[in-house]
Each structure stands twice: as C-alpha cells, then as structure tokens.
Ligand binder design. Sequence first.
Ligand code: SAM
Ligand code: ZN
Length: 971
Amino acid sequence: MMNYPKRLIEVDLPIKEISKHARREKSIRHGHISTLHIWWARRPLAACRAVVCAALWPDPADPLCPQRFRDDAAAIMGRFWNPLGRTDLEYREPLALRKALLEFIAYFANWDHSTDQRYLDAARALTQSAHESLGGAPGTRPLVVDPFAGGGSIPLEALRVGADAFASDLNPVAVLLNKVVLEYIPKYGQRLADEVRKWGEWIRVEAEKELGQFYPKDPDGATPIAYLWARTVTCEGPGCGAEVPLMRSLWLARKGKRSVAMKIHPDREKRRVDFEIVHDVQERDVGSGTGRRGSATCPICGYTTPVASVRKQLKARHGGAADARLFCVVTTRPGQQGRFYRLPAERDLEAAKMAAEELERRKAAHRGELSLVPDEPTPQGGGSGAGRAFSQRNYGMDRFEDLFTPRQAVALTTLARLVREAGDRMRTGGDPGLAVAVQTCLALSLDKQTDLGSALTRWKQDAECPVNLFGRQAIPMVWDFAESAPLSTSSGSWQSMYERTSYSIEQSYYFQPWTGSNQLANAALHPLPDDSGNFFFTDPPYYDAVPYSDLSDFFIVWLKRTMGNQLKLFESNLAPKDEECIVDEVKGKDKAYFESSMAKAMAEGRRVLTPDGIGVVVFAHKSTSGWEAMLQAMIDAGWTFTGSWPIDTEMGSRLRAMNSAALASSIHLVCRPRESPSGEVRTDDVGDWREVLSELPQRIHDWLPRLAREGIVGADAIFSCLGPALEIYSRYSRVEKVSGEQVSLSEYLAEVWAAVSREALGTIFSGDTGNFEEDARLTAMWLWTLPANGNGKISDVSEEDEDEDEEAPARPRLNGFFLEYDAARKIAQGLGVTLETLPGLVEIKGNKARLLPVSERAPYLLGQAALPKKRKKARQKQLTLGEGETPAGVLRCPAAERAISPGSTVLDRVHQAMLLFGEGRGETLKSFLQEIGQDQSFWSLAQALNSLYPAGSEERRWVEGVLARKKSLEL
Ligand SMILES: C[S@@+](CC[C@H](N)C(=O)[O-])C[C@H]1O[C@@H](n2cnc3c(N)ncnc32)[C@H](O)[C@@H]1O
Ligand SMILES: [Zn+2]
C-alpha cells in the first residue's frame, strides 16, 4: 500500500467561495483567455486555480506531512497575511496553518487577485516547497498533466501557480489554442500583442481597399453596421404563391423604454409584403413573426406552409441565405449614440449583388488545393441527449459555404488571404517563430469573425448587436439573421476581433512565467512516459453533452485557409472523430464505447503519474447513466477515490440537452492510483460487501450536512455524495459478497442512491419520517432533488431553447417537476417506492418523469366539478390519463361548496387543503381543517413541503396559505 500525506483537497476545500468567484468570472468579457477564441464548456479559471493549489499542497495537519513544508508554509503565510493585517492566524499550529492555506486559496480564486504579484509569489513558493519536500528533485517543478485540455484553463492555471504543464487534446483547434496560451504568449508577451495589432491593422487597411465598395456608407454619413435578412419561402396556400419572409420575431430593439420593431404590410394585389419600421411601440402593437416551430404563416393569405414544405423549399436553395430578403439596415451616426434602423435602399441591394458577382468571378479564377470558400461537409452528428445539435442539414446546408451569404464569403475569404499574406510578409527577414505566432493569433481572430459573421447569427434585441453562432453548442437554424459589416468599428468588425485578441494577450503574458508543453494526442494513447507526472487534472467530455469535433469543423475549414501549410495540425481535412471520447448515436458511439475509451484514457493517466501522485477529474452530467459510465471507467482504470467537491460553475449556462433538473455543479473527483509503491496496480485486495455497506450510511450522514452548509442541495448534493461513497468501494480492487460473487458498480450505486435518499429524507423531516406514506416521502425527495431555480415550476421546454426548426405541431407544454426517469426511479427505490404504482402523482414519458403539479391532482382529490374554469386544459389531460384510477377513499364531489372527504394519505390531505386554498374556498377549507387538523403529521408535512416547493410556485403560495390557517384556527 502507498503511504503518503493527504493533500489539502483530500481534507477540505472552500467550495462556496470558489464557486462564487467561478460564477463571477463568467461575466469577465475583457482580457480573459476565453476572448482569444471560443471553446465549448470551458472551465472557469477560478476553479482550476483553486484545485491546482489544493491538490499540489499537502495538508499540514496530516501526520505524514513533511516538516519542511510546514515550516516553509508557515513562513510564507506569515509573509502574506501579516501585511494584510491578518495576525489572528497562528501558523505554527498545523490546523491553523491549514486554515490559512485554505483561506489563501479562496482569496486567490478571485479574478481580481489572479494577477496580483503577492499572490503569485506566495503560491509559487508554496508549490515549490510542496514539490521538493514531497520528494521532487530540488529546482524542478511538479508536472500537471491534462490530456483533455480543450481551451487550456487547467494547464494555464498550473503555470500560474508555479507548476509545469503538459496539455494535450485530440482536437487540432484545442491544440492550437493551447499553443497560443502555453507557448506563444509566455514566449513573446507584449511583442506578440503589438505585432497582432500592427498586422491586424494592416489587414484592415488592405481589406478596406477591396471590400469597401460592398458596404456603402449612407449619403448622410451614417455607417451601416449590420444588415438584417430573412430567408424566404413561397406560400403554398391555394392560389397564393406569395414570398413569405421567415421571421421569428418582428422586434428590432427592446430594452427599457426603447422599442423599435418591424411592421408587415401585406400587399394583396401584388402578392408581396412590404415593411415599415415603427418606434416607441407597445408589446400589443407588434405582430408575431411569420414562423414558429419550422412552419411559415403567410401574411397575405394566412395559410401556414408546413415544416416539411419549408424544409424542402430551403433545401433546394442550400438554406436560402444567398437569396434571402433584406428587410432592415442598422446604422450608427457620427457624433450620436446608439443604433438606428432604416429600410434597405437600392444601393444596399446593389452592393450585395455586386459582392455576389465578385464572389463568382473569384471562384472561377481560384486555383489551389482547397476551394476558395470552404466546401467541406457540415456535421451530421450531434450527441444523443437532444440530437438537435446539427439541424442545418435539414435545410440543405450541407457544405460550410452554405452557412454564409455571398458577401460574407467574399469578406471572409479576403481576410483569410490577407492573414496568410501577413504571415508571409512577416517571415521575410523577420523572426519565423514570432511570425507563426502572430499569424496564428490573426487566424484565431478570423475565426471569431466567422462566429459572428455567418448567416446563422441572430440579432439580439436587448443588446442591439448580433449574437455569435456558438452561443450554443450547436449549429441551429436561424431564419432571420444579422450580417455584420466587417469594416465598421462595431461588434462583429475585424477591428474588434484583433483588438480583443491583442488585449487578451496583454492581460495574460506577465503572469505566465514559463512555457508549457502541448501536443495533439489521443488521451487513450498518452505520449508521456510512465511515472512522469505529479498531478493528473483533467476535464474530459461530459458524456453526450458537447460534440466537440463536429463543432470545431466550423473553425478548422477556415484555419486551413488562414494558416496555409504553416502548421501540420490541419493536415487532415476535418477534426478527428473516430477516437473522440463522447456518446453520439449518429456516430454509433454508445455508453459502452464511452466507458471503454474513457477507461483507456484514465488508465493512461494513471500510468503517466507517479505512484504517490494525485488525480482530479471533473465531471458533470444529469443522467445516472452518464455518471455510471464515467465512474466505471475510472475504477476499471485503477483509481481509488479520496474525495469529491462540487463547484457550481455551470450555473446560468445552458448546456445543450440539460433543460430540466439540470445539474448546476461540476463535481471534482479526487483520486489516487490504486498502486503499490513500485507502481503496479493492486489487484489483490478484496472488500467485504457487508463491511462496505455498513460504512456507507455514516459517510453520507457526515457528508450531506457539510454540503448543505456550503449551499449544495438537491441533485448536486446527490452527485456530490458519489465521491465519498466511492471512497469506500474503490478502496478495493474488487468487492465480493459472501458467496464470492463480485458486486458491480451499478449495484453499489443503487445502494448509494438509497442511502442518500434516506439520509436526505431524514433531514427534510428532521428524522421523523415514520408517519408518512410513500407518496409523501417520494414527493419530498423529488422536490429536494430539483435544483433551486427560483422561478417555480419547470416546464419541459423553455422558450429560449426552442429551435426554429422544431417539428410541428407544437408539443403541449407540460408543467410540473421533471426528473430524468432513471434518477427518479433510483430515488424511489431508495425510499422503497415503485414509481409505476403512483399514477395520480407521477407521470412517466420516455426518459422523463414528471411529478404532477398539485393543480393537476385536483380531479383526484376534490372531484372534477370543483375545478375552476381556467384549469380546464389540465383537467382534460388528467382525465384521459387518470380515468378509473381514483384512489380509494377520495370522494368525488360534484358541488363546489359541499364538504370534501379527507384523502387517504397525509399528502393527499395536504394537497386537498392546498387546492381549497388555491380555489379560494375559505369556508370549506376551514371545516376541512377543523376535521383533520388535530393530526400533527398533517402540519409537519405541510411545513416540510413549504420549504421544498420552489419559491414563487403556486404550490408554495398555497401551502403557505394553509399553514397560516393553523394559527387562526388554533390547531
Ligand atoms: C470538457 S472539454 C475540456 C475543456 C477544458 N478544460 C477547457 O477549460 O477549455 C473536453 C475535451 O476533450 C477533448 N477530447 C475528446 N476526446 C478526446 C480524446 N480521445 N483524446 C484527447 N482529447 C479528447 C475534446 O476535444 C475537448 O476539448
Ligand atoms: Zn399565402
């Protein structure tokens, strides 16, 4: 067995503070490395920084902690905190020293402190002392290894706190980003920033000469900054044939008092629509768009051309961006604030036409291996979660060139050629290394331009600017799009792109003390030799959440054209997909594939790590299958878990396929190689199932309150219990029953769920769960599991998430409390409940389970006649579902004011009272409460539910109303 001192992260971590800083970091728009280039689901630097420190530094209070580290750390902490007036910490005392270190980590996570030299010096000194006192050769640094490096957050933070970093990724775009962050920026620093600005400007001037004519200024001096286009279809209404512009919304600007919108005037004679721009309008004056959920409604005849026809028509025109209808031009005026909207003039249409002709000329004249405009195929994959990541093919956008208007194509290909030319000019006589670095940064700037300069860029009404395509991890269809003018100085312009790149380099270089290594590599075949790394810290793909390689193709096709043959990275046509470790049904990658390829990567991680090294793997997923696959992979790879920390960093962001009961936290799984001191994986320790099981409840019992104190509840808390629970199970190479039968991970996880459910329920009801029937236990646990989202009930589709290509007919929106079916099933099992036996409480559809809103339970509980009119819809639904399923003991009551009979369970009775309150039937409620209100379990349940129903929900209001009666009725 290995014997080593625990690291801080195996003992404690200030997760509340770190989470706060991680969330705040999301709003940092300037100077953050994320402004260099998009990478999907980047880790916040705050969380990475804190984790690197806490994993590299030993716990001073551990008996095995080297005395040298304690001494050094005490001196460093004294030097750091004393000048800040913090003399209350006694650094000689190991527990106090631990506290000082953790406090330092929490402060250092703050973005504002991340470049503060005092913090940097202290952190680096601690890292050095930790490394050397743990056996590292004097003068060397610990090596942090991240084989799924993506945008580079983890290796960047490793450098910052004084470690070395080895970053690799399968994706060439990710490798390029790491090259810039880990190599070019530390190496060239300010020179790089200056050169990017200089050559960026050179490109702008050259581009202006060629492209200026395609973006004419207004005669009054105003400058167009964006052109708003609508794709069109021909109305298939009988005898109509009008051109229907597809517009999702008619709003142009909507924020505070400011409101500008389009108005459609149907000209029935000419069978066409005209537009008007209206100012200072009210919501009710603005019509709805012409399309919803993929179908198009004709303003002339009112006919709705169905989705299939819309798709067919657009398909024939490769998406229809090239012949879209220009309906508005957005301008800025010299000396005036804000944006101005006008209808298109002849010169606008003429300019676009000229650009299209120019494109044709250039295409004909083009020679070269690669087509002028990228003709590579667009992705077809898309994960299995939503399967909607790539809908562009439904509309015939089969090649990347179809995602751009002709004018966008002329502009982007011109800029791409100038980036190459700038590189060539720099190389003649200059420093070839620097030249490649500058060219790369310019190429990345052009990528940002494509992200904001395609025909899939929406106009954002509240900010009055275009929104980048990859605001979502998908290529969704956009009907009416904003074409930004690349030569302006507004958002979407070339100038803003290279300026941001340059600024972000300036903000980064001075805290990157040395370069890190990076390489294109499959994590399952790691390039490093055995036992060479000290900390394996990685953030692998989250199961089916993000189809990285497909998404990155969008940029690769441009990078090939901006980098030429300067980098070998882009030799293959598109991003490598075969070895990508994700779940994607379209590519035939299922759970088993994910598990086995992830297990290989995790085994490689263990191999390259020294036997006394430490690992942290970040994971987030809302499905139990995603978790199971990840954990199985790690166990198979020979890791044992020694801790787990949730850091809620995904808050507010909308990971695709995570709309209901989304997991807010990313869980950091802390682990160690299950190895002997010689580096062999131990295969001989067998655990006794009974012992494992008997240890489990206590671990959960200790852990949940700790999480609650940090504000972590619900699904996040459940998943955060996996770490401590797995510590017990993964200590052994296998766990066996008395019979010798091996216990599978999924069998163990079922026990974990059950233990967590029981423990959580105990907290909800303060230990007194005996009196409640299964429906109450399930309801309470269900509500506890939901993330606290503050806005009441969760609908299964949110307006925002709706794709424009969504299949018609519209799904009816269902209200209620959603959980993944499997999660719900596991919770239920833990409570000894079978979901299927509670049809009046829970509805199961596909992979979702819905706890019915109380209003939908009314037919069961009060009888249908009692329902107020507005609930008609819900009632009808419920009747078809629940017919003949009225639980015994519940009487249907035809007359509204007749007394009702108490339901058979405490939950039914509480819901009855809530419904009576909700329907304003005060007298009935009073006599009902007088009849049953002596039962204290009724009130305890009501009290518990009061804290569980989401704030702002109908249920919360109703149960509060019922509780208020308790006092007045002196019950
Ligand atoms: C969650 S992302 C990493 C994000 C990164 N931590 C950041 O902050 O930007 C996962 C990465 O794994 C990469 N990847 C997927 N399969 C891989 C494989 N087999 N080998 C190496 N990298 C892989 C993807 O390209 C993606 O960049
Ligand atoms: Zn029509």
